[in-house]
Design a protein around this ligand. Structure first.
Ligand code: GAR
Length: 196
């Protein structure tokens, strides 16, 4: 049984879907939900689901990224995770951190990578006049939003869409894509999942 630590910064809807999926014959179990934000709504949801929670507040480190990451590692490692799933974790991780967990970190990003790395993905897709948008799950490397893609889901962009409209449509697909990728990744299968 693979042990999964899920890192969040906010509401944690992807975390909830991952954790719900990890039951019965699933090859993995959630062992930790960690947030850099003590006010993240997902912390209470994780606790309700009976998952251990931890907070490492990046603001306590005042720009000392290495110190923040050393603390993250010291809190995460006692849970002995096989996989780290970033689910709306809004801190950029350094090469040192990624190397510590090399090949074991996944992220979900709300765009069809390699398009729109970084922030404001939906507004940028609408602004560019794209006809479709979507989300990607990828392995995390030192390059921001740049690791090998393990799955993508596409949605149409409809005339008059606001970025909130599009974000909501993409999020529905995120909730399908991430659990599907994790199920494969947990048994060593890196064949990309393509939805719908
Ligand atoms: C999701 O849309 C996720 O793709 C995005 O944050 C949201 C978190 O929602 N992640 C990023 O933008 C990472 N750069 P959630 O907390 O409800 O899962």
């Amino acid at each position: 049984m693979k042990r999964v630590a899920i890192l969040i910064s906010g509401g944690g809807s992807n975390m909830v879907r991952l954790a719900e999926d990890m039951s019965d014959d699933h090859p993995a179990r959630p062992v930790l939900v960690l947030s850099n934000n003590p006010d993240a709504g997902g912390l209470a949801k994780a606790a309700q689901m009976g998952i251990a929670t931890e907070v490492v507040d990046h603001r306590d480190f005042k720009g000392d990224r290495e110190g923040f990451e050393r603390k993250l590692i010291s809190v995460i490692d006692p849970y002995a995770p096989d996989i780290l799933a970033l689910a709306g974790f809004m801190r950029i991780l350094t090469e040192e951190f990624v190397t510590h967990y090399a090949g074991r970190v996944l992220n979900i990003h709300p765009s069809l990578l390699p398009k729109y790395k970084g922030l404001h993905t939906h507004a940028r897709a609408i602004e560019a006049g794209d006809k479709e948008a979507g989300c990607s799950v990828h392995e995390v490397t030192a390059e921001l939003d740049g690791g090998p893609i393990l799955g993508q889901a596409r949605v149409p962009i409809v005339a008059g869409d606001t970025s909130d409209d599009l974000a909501a449509r993409v999020l529905v697909q995120e909730h399908k894509l991430y659990p599907a990728v994790l199920r494969r990744f947990a048994v060593g299968d890196k064949t990309p999942v393509l939805l719908p």
